[in-house]
Design a protein around this ligand. Structure first.
Ligand code: DGJ
Length: 731
């Protein structure tokens, strides 16, 4: 009996090789830590100086004999001594290191040198904590790792002052990621601005340092994600890619450095810009998590790994295995002109389309008739809503939809009761002007009283009303980040404490109101990162809802983040940029994430309702595959006139292909595109959204082999045309 079980275990383990497993072990021989994260292995060890040194990060290793003890780099003349030529795993600034390090401190006596030596370690399941300490003082740094079966590692650090003097931290990074030394790397990152977020930029890494960052108090429109591919050049579906993202919604920085000695390193964590974090004896500072992975399946493989990881480990548990609802949002339809009757009419029309969640946006509170007043006064405007929110909520719920509400809690208009009562609650430097943006100031959320006030207001709102969704907005960045109420040396703690308090409010609200879902928004995509995504179900991707512009925004978004979290609305045309695209086209673009509708339905014709109802119903049949499946980006909008994306469900039974043509040169057909992620031996039934768009010669049943080796051929005519095809696996 026992032998049979052992045999079975052997067979099973050879059928399911290393991929699904995680594990961490210490090899006493080479003094190395081996971290297995599914298909990836990461190794670092202790060198002869008893310092942490990087050894390996790549495909899963299957034998420990490959791992040699870490040996420090050579001195290079008198100019670059060994500490600068060694791939340090978590270096502090000291001992002659001239490159970007992870920790920098100043002691009370002005001393700034710090050299970290290994002390001890502890392996707890999938977590490894390595304790290091300065060679002289009791300044401790715990370097923490966690492995995930999706091929991802999470790292952060904890800096503790165990001396009897205060110290000041000037740089606190979460991780240094060392790549195999060499030249010819490229870095890909997501640049952006308001209404033009997550734009892919790819450039060569040269000796020197590339910095991407936010100095704005929140994540900002430049996104804290990177991907590096090697001299062998990755493509969408092949080649080696090292990639990562920070989980922090405040000032962050990621540097990509190539040293003159061909070491290539990515360092990220709190932005050292305007950073100063004093620690009294026994106090500590924890850095945010920095998640990273490796693949040899190209940029597409890298994003699929991150998507899987996020679905399983980052997004709130409540969202797992539950499709995101189709929502309606009132903003573009009614802006600040909301009232019970108007919203009720819109809600009824939205419900008739199959919408499941009705969200009332800005304008419902205080004196909020425009963007010049009212922010901060979170009581229902009695003129617009004489029955409180209850009248509207009952009407919405009566249609079978859930109700959601917009808030912007971190902000205040100077023309508001809140500001008149508490002018000191806004961030400011004493005696200096307060820069307004969109006529608003930022509340100093680092203050305890402000935090408690905001928590109280939102808690009351949720307790008194049947609200199941809030859209949490933030429409400007921090300027004059003063905190005059605390000692001058502590004032810059604001950058960290602000974000921690926002997180705390969300966490407390979620604990007290477990049914409530949240969308993170900062004028669109200004607060999208793995820190906020562990607290919210979805994000508002961009205020730019033009379908064509969205193609590039969405392509960039999905490099790092799952389509499930990507809220995408269909809105009216002409869009703000003056462009008009057909309604079906707008649906086809918005359906590639979590679908929303933001049109003024009072302006729709009967045929618009017919088309939208059909699209919503079609979307509901395939949304699981779109939201939780594997995404293959087949043709990029950056490279030509087409944008094709394919989603394959986790069980492989369904696949959805979106084919979008931005413009057509007269007579030029859309290309035949090879599909991916199917089973060669399986047969698939093709269910086109529009029969006329499947090329005649095409069968309605095709093998995986044909679809992946010959491809799918759709007929697209004219500018702004598109279609979608569903493949159902038959055997
Ligand atoms: C910015 C958001 O991105 C919009 O969708 C809308 O909520 C407005 N703020 C409201 O002021």
């Amino acid at each position: 009996m026992f032998r049979a079980a052992a045999l079975l275990a052997l067979v099973v383990s050879s059928l399911y090789p290393l991929q699904a497993q995680t594990g961490i072990r210490y090899l006493p021989g080479p003094k190395a830590f081996v971290l297995d994260a599914g298909p990836v292995t990461y190794v670092f060890g202790l060198n002869q100086r008893n310092e942490l040194q990087h050894i390996y990060w790549g495909k899963r290793l299957w034998r420990d004999a490959d791992i040699a003890a870490a040996r420090t780099g050579q001195n290079w003349a008198s100019f670059d001594l060994s500490p600068t030529t060694t791939p340090d795993e978590f270096p502090a600034w000291g001992g002659g290191r001239f490159y970007e390090t992870c920790v920098k401190v100043t002691r009370a006596d002005g001393g700034r040198d710090i050299v970290l030596k290994y002390q001890s370690h502890e392996i707890k399941g999938d977590t490894l904590e390595v304790l290091t300490k300065d060679l002289n003082d009791d300044i401790r740094v715990k370097v923490v790792y966690r492995v995930f079966s999706e091929g991802i590692l999470a790292r952060h650090s904890l800096i503790t002052n165990e001396t009897n003097q205060p110290i000041t931290i000037e740089s606190a990074q979460s991780a240094a990621w060392n790549l195999p030394p060499g030249e010819g790397y490229r870095v890909t990152y997501l640049q952006g601005r308001w209404a033009g977020e997550t734009q892919i930029v790819r450039e060569d890494v040269h000796p020197g340092m590339k910095v991407i960052e936010s100095r704005r108090g929140n994540t900002g429109q430049v996104n804290p994600w990177f991907a590096l591919d090697g001299p062998d050049r990755a493509t969408e579906e092949s080649g080696r890619v090292w990639f990562g993202a920070l989980g922090w919604s405040g000032n962050w920085r990621i540097t990509v450095e190539q040293t003159p000695h061909q070491q290539v390193r990515v360092v990220g964590g709190y932005n050292p810009f305007d950073f100063s974090y004093p620690l009294k004896p026994h106090e500590n500072l924890e850095t945010p998590p920095f998640y990273a992975g490796y693949t040899d399946t190209g940029f597409g493989g890298a994003s699929r790994m991150f998507h899987n990881f996020e679905l399983a480990n980052i997004l709130p548990r409540s969202t797992r295995n539950k499709p995101r609802p189709v929502l309606y949002n009132s903003w573009e339809a009614t802006t600040f002109n909301v009232n019970e009757q108007g919203q009720t009419e819109l809600a009824k029309k939205a419900a008739s389309l199959g919408v499941e969640l009705f969200v009332m946006d800005d304008g419902w509170f205080g004196a909020r008739n425009h963007d010049r007043a009212g922010l901060g006064d979170w009581y229902v405007n009695p003129k617009k809503f004489p029955n409180g929110l209850k009248g509207l909520i009952d009407a919405v719920k009566g249609t079978g939809m859930r109700f959601g509400l917009w808030v912007e809690p971190e902000m205040v208009n100077p023309d508001s009761d809140l500001y008149r009562a508490h002018p000191d609650w806004a961030m400011h430097f004493e005696g200096r002007p307060r820069t307004e943006a969109r006529n608003q100031l930022v509340l100093n959320m680092a203050r305890n009283d402000v935090k408690e006030h905001i928590f109280g207001v939102l808690d009351k709102l949720l307790a008194e009303n049947d609200i199941s969704f809030i859209k949490w907005d933030m429409n400007r960045h921090a300027s004059e980040p003063g905190w005059p109420e605390v000692a001058p040396a502590d004032q810059r703690k604001l950058w960290v404490q602000y974000v921690r308090n926002v997180y705390e409010i969300i966490d407390r609200l979620r604990a007290k109101h477990p049914g409530v879902e949240i969308e993170s928004c900062s004028g669109g995509g200004g607060r999208i990162d793995l820190g906020i995504l562990s607290r919210v179900e979805q994000v508002w991707t961009s205020d730019n809802t033009d379908a064509l512009d969205r193609l590039k925004i969405q392509e960039g978004f999905t490099q790092a983040y799952t389509p499930k979290a990507m809220m995408a609305w269909v809105t009216d045309v002409p869009n703000f940029n003056g462009r008009s695209t057909p309604l079906e086209f707008r649906f086809l673009v918005a359906m590639q994430g979590s679908l929303g509708i933001g049109n003024n339905l009072n302006h729709w014709k009967p045929e618009d309702f017919t088309l939208a109802t059909k699209m919503v119903s079609w979307y509901k049949d395939v949304r699981r595959t779109i939201q939780e499946g594997k995404l293959y980006r087949l043709l990029s909008p950056r490279e030509g006139e087409w944008d094709y994306n394919q989603y394959v469900s986790e069980d492989g039974k369904q696949s959805v292909v979106f084919a979008i043509q931005r413009s057509q040169q007269y007579g030029r057909p859309a290309p035949t595109v090879l599909l991916r992620g199917l089973d060669e031996k399986a047969t698939y039934r093709l269910k086109p959204l529009d029969n006329r768009k499947l090329v005649e010669a095409q069968q309605t049943e095709l093998s995986g082999a044909y679809l992946m080796d010959h491809g799918l051929n759709v007929r697209l005519t004219g500018d702004y045309s598109g279609t979608a095809v569903v493949l159902e696996r038959l055997n």
